[in-house]
Design a binder for this molecule. Structure first.
Ligand SMILES: CC(C)(COP(=O)(O)OP(=O)(O)OC[C@H]1O[C@@H](n2cnc3c(N)ncnc32)[C@H](O)[C@@H]1OP(=O)(O)O)[C@@H](O)C(=O)NCCC(=O)NCCS
Length: 156
């Protein structure tokens, strides 16, 4: 079970996985299905060009997605991690996180950050297992300001 880094021509795959993620787990993400289902080819290509997008496809069927982009100098942010419900608990999340950490190391960045929503215990435990630590830096989830999020960080 390997990881594949997407390139510009994979924009349909990115779109399909991302829209499936937003439909399946709206509570986990800062953006909403309504905000992304109208995006076009140029938007998805721009998103692909703006950072790392990695997919895991056990048996050739794409089942997991993660993104990362450099929002502040030297610090990529892991975003949009999702595994299809039928493929959870198999370690796909591990492969996705590991590829983001590898990408950061390749670029000699010193830290990776991410935001996790309160109550998303499966994701939080997985990130803590991979060495991410709570920072206490909190902000509301953009798609549902009633829900809080916390920034987790890990040294590369
Ligand atoms: C968070 C997520 C990416 C984890 O992916 P994964 O490939 O299942 O990760 P793992 O295989 O390491 O399993 C994570 C946990 O779910 C448990 N799990 C096992 N089978 C499961 C199943 N069928 N469904 C849900 N969780 C399951 C695992 O045992 C593990 O729990 P543990 O930490 O107590 O051992 C996935 O649950 C997901 O896509 N959730 C919705 C979107 C989301 O929350 N994204 C993160 C945003 S910050």
């Amino acid at each position: 079970m390997g990881t594949i880094r997407l390139t510009g021509d994979d924009w349909r795959l990115l779109r399909d996985l991302r829209l499936a993620a937003l439909a399946d787990a709206p509570h986990a993400f800062g953006s909403s299905l309504a905000g992304e289902e109208g995006l076009g080819e140029a938007d998805w290509r721009r998103r692909l060009a703006g950072g790392l997008w990695t997919v895991v496809s056990p048996d050739g069927v794409p089942a997991g997605l993660v993104g990362a982009y450099v929002r502040e100098p030297d610090t990529p942010m892991l975003v949009s991690m999702w595994v299809r419900p039928g493929a959870r608990g198999l370690g796909i999340g591990n492969l996705l996180i590991t590829d983001v950490l590898r990408w950061a190391a390749e670029n000699r960045w010193s830290r990776v950050v991410l935001r996790v929503a309160d109550g998303n215990d499966a994701a939080r435990k997985l990130f803590l297992r991979h060495g991410f630590e709570p920072t206490g830096e909190r902000e509301p989830l953009a798609s549902d300001p009633g829900v809080g999020t916390e920034l987790l960080a890990r040294v590369v």
